[in-house]
Design a protein around this ligand. Structure first.
Ligand code: ZN
Length: 277
């Protein structure tokens, strides 16, 4: 969507170096997320900030806030289907999956018929002491050929940026392991940052680490825990809907989100999570 050619070249070279490092098992230390896919490796650039350590195991069960986008009078984007249907279905599946895991206490940021503001959704998560927040949306575009997975992390410069980026990296990685195509530059792994300029939005890939003071999505900005907004599939692309917006598609995406959440906490809690992962 945006052209950052010079930066892209640097990023590609940098990613290639990290890619080779990953092959020698240095990925974890370099802050690089890797995922096996079709016998190959995917490399995402992330910030190797050591402060991304997950909370200690004693804090479990972790409260996980699930934010189904839109709701009530707001159906979200409407094309081949209503966006809100994907949001609600996936949120419901994720809630049940987490509910069946003793390590987690899921919560929803809204009822099925309400439409709270982004701030109110974040406040609902904060009031329950959520450890993570995932906001579920679906994408749309004027070109029906647009497809692929995207997600948004809290931009650089914010206190929870590194943790949000870590969660986004894990979500993207697990979606790719499930066979999901990502949208945009491979080295950004479908992770983006959004900035508001009045009613206009500027979107940059996560390889653009420039610190900007402009606000991002309210639900990410106001959450007191690492938060990620996912765009699960394009409701303007029938193949995308069939694979990732259908009932089975929503279940597949849910499993990827669940595995990402699990892995987020596993880093420091290997023993604790061993039995169910
Ligand atoms: Zn939406």
């Amino acid at each position: 969507m945006n052209k950052y050619k010079a930066k892209k070249i640097i990023t590609i070279v940098f990613s290639a170096v990290l890619f080779i490092c990953a092959g020698f098992g240095a990925a974890a230390d370099s802050g690089l997320y890797t995922a096996e896919l079709f016998g190959g490796m995917i490399a995402c650039r992330t910030n190797p900030d050591i402060s991304v350590a997950a909370p200690a195991a004693e804090n479990a069960p972790y409260v996980i806030a699930i934010d189904p986008g839109h709701g009530g009078m707001d159906t979200g984007a409407q094309r081949l289907m209503d966006e809100v249907d994907i949001c609600d279905k996936t949120a419901g599946y994720l809630y049940r999956m987490l509910e069946n895991d003793e390590n987690f206490t899921p919560m929803l940021t809204r009822d099925t018929d309400s439409f709270p503001s982004p701030k109110e959704r974040a406040a609902a998560a904060n009031s329950r002491g959520a450890s993570l927040l995932i906001s579920i949306h679906a994408n749309s575009d004027s070109h029906s050929s647009s497809s692929g997975f995207e997600c948004y992390a809290l931009p650089p410069g914010r206190q929870l940026h590194s943790r949000s980026l870590k969660l986004a990296g894990l979500i993207s990685s697990h979606m790719q392991q499930a066979g999901r195509k990502i949208r945009g530059e491979a080295e950004a792994c479908g992770i983006k940052y959004a900035y508001y300029f009045g009613s206009d939005k500027k979107i940059v890939p996560s390889t653009d680490s420039k610190i900007r003071s402009r606000k991002t999505f309210g639900v990410l900005e106001n959450a007191l825990c690492p938060a990620v907004l996912v765009e699960q599939c394009f409701i303007t692309n029938s193949a995308d809907i069939a694979a990732w917006g259908s009932d089975e598609g929503c279940r597949k995406a849910t499993r990827a989100y669940y595995r990402a959440i699990k892995e987020y906490f596993m880093a420091n809690n290997q023993k604790f999570f061993q039995k169910k992962y």
